[in-house]
Design a protein around this ligand. Structure first.
Ligand code: BG6
Length: 481
């Protein structure tokens, strides 16, 4: 048998986010969060960007899928037992900020919310599953958006610091791996999720996006400080959305455009969080958006904090690559792809228009490691697909197995290239609500959950074909693919 290239302590597992699976959106004192007011449907991001959108609920008109999710809040023991059956070494989940601070700006946390995560974490530890916690995954308490205008307001730094301190102090002796913000750079494409910004509260003005990022960088550095003061062995990562970015052709103009798109979309946030300072291209990036440094509020003390409290590893999501051309304006563009770009003639797309590119993951791992020389953690990857469940409640999801196998092979290749990779947690290891479209029918899981786009179903869990396949991958430490 060939020796596996995966290190013995490689963290195989799966990833979820509180708002997309827990449901129980007002249970045990939870407050409303931004995703609680995002309706179901492919146009949910357009709806919230209407000029008069005010973040209110209109339940006569819309269904809000995050209110029920897959009711993980009441099924977490069963779900974690299934993860354990697959042999998960780790489980990446997030803590719903609005369970701990329902309005976001209270002084004292909601004990009932903390109790839920006490149980969730203990359940993981019972099976020797290492918890990997995202402190904030796309779920700002709604009050922080309505009252303070979202992350563009510097007051959010203190509210986030309180939240981070409470959960770090409570769990640091049980949880070693943390991430401060999910896909922090995604605000370049859809700022509502991470920053709470839509057209009606300033998303159209790039100054607000950059200010919000700065405030989040400071919040992130404060969380690193708190964690390392509690225990220097804690590992705190950033988390970025990475879409390997190609030039459409060898035209130097397009090569330059691809380089700049890489800086703007993939690297900007990580450069600050990993290197501890704003990169040299910051001024020109701001200028492109007609923003001057003097438009932003920042202090020397904050910059010192960024320099001192950099992250320990780089978590990133990888689903697709992106292709850039500035010289040809008539090229077909990818449809539905959140990251945008022109169609790459060498790649096929998922049913949602996401271009599938495993080699792009090997490139991503090499690019990130070359640039930062810090351990990498692939904390999201997967194929959103429409699954057909048969009468025996079985889903033969060979397409998902193919996708994941190709991407695991890309990680193995990158390991052989010398890249340091800590682990792999495919997205939505159990079916959950899609972030971009609010659909349940866009499924990623090894476990099928019987609930539809309108929250109807038995909520029963069924193992898909990929369940047994992933179990064998983990058992063989990536040898048996
Ligand atoms: C990432 C997010 O963007 O991609 C997840 O961190 C999200 O929250 C995942 O669910 C897949 O995207 P979608 O839109 O298919 O759910």
């Amino acid at each position: 048998m060939m020796k596996t290239v995966f290190p013995q302590n490689f963290l195989w597992g799966g990833a979820t986010a509180a708002n997309q699976l827990e449901g129980a959106y007002l249970t045990d004192g939870k407050g409303l969060s931004v995703p609680d007011v995002l309706p179901e449907g492919k146009d949910r991001l357009d709806i919230v960007n209407a000029p008069d959108y005010d973040f209110s609920l209109d339940e006569d008109k819309y269904f809000y899928p995050n209110h029920v999710g897959i009711d993980h809040y009441h099924h977490f023991k069963e779900d974690i037992a299934l993860f354990a059956e697959m042999g998960f070494k780790c489980y990446r989940f997030s803590i719903a900020w609005s369970r701990i601070f329902p309005q976001g700006d209270e002084d004292q946390p909601n004990e009932a919310g903390l109790k839920f995560y006490d149980q969730l974490i203990d359940e993981c530890l019972k099976y020797q599953i290492e918890p990997v916690v995202t402190i904030s995954h796309y779920e700002l308490p709604l009050n922080l958006v309505k009252k303070y205008g979202g992350w563009k307001n510097k007051r959010l730094i203190d509210f986030y610091e309180n939240f981070a301190r409470v959960v770090l102090q409570r769990y640091y002796h049980k949880v070693k791996y943390w991430m401060t913000f999910n896909e922090i750079n995604s605000a370049a494409h859809f700022p509502v999720m991470g920053q709470g910004l839509v057209k009606s509260n300033g998303a159209d003005d790039p100054k607000n996006i950059f200010q919000a990022w700065h405030n989040q960088f400071v919040g992130s550095a404060k969380a690193v400080k708190i964690a390392h003061e509690l225990d220097p062995k804690l590992q705190v990562g950033c988390m970025i959305l990475y879409a390997t970015t190609y030039s459409y052709d060898a035209n130097p103009e397009n090569q330059l455009a691809a380089l700049q798109a890489n800086q703007a979309n993939n690297y900007f946030c990580a450069d600050v969080q990993v290197r501890g300072h704003y990169p040299a291209y910051t001024k020109s990036l701001l200028a492109k958006h007609h923003v001057a440094l003097s438009d932003l509020q920042y202090t020397d003390a904050e910059l010192a904090l960024l320099a001192q409290y950099t992250v320990d590893y780089i978590g990133f999501s990888y689903y697709m690559s992106s292709t850039v051309s500035v010289t040809q304006t008539d090229l077909p563009r990818v449809q539905g792809n959140l990251v945008g770009g022109v169609k790459n003639p060498f790649l096929k797309s998922s049913a949602w228009g996401w271009e599938v590119d495993p080699t792009g993951l090997r490139i991503a791992l090499n690019e990130l490691y070359d640039r930062y020389e810090k351990p990498l953690f692939v904390v999201e990857n997967g194929l959103g697909a429409i699954d057909q469940i048969d009468e025996q409640h079985y889903v033969a999801d060979d397409y998902r197995i193919d996708y994941l196998r190709d991407h695991i092979q890309a990680i193995a290749a990158a390991l052989s290239d010398g890249v340091s990779v800590m682990g792999y947690t495919p997205w939505g290891c159990i079916d959950l609500v899609s972030a971009s479209t609010g659909e349940m029918s866009k499924r990623y899981g090894f476990i099928y959950v019987d609930v539809d786009n309108h929250g109807q179903g038995t909520f029963k869990r069924y193992k898909k074909k990929s369940f047994a396949w992933y179990k064998q991958v983990i058992e063989s430490n990536g040898q048996n693919l």
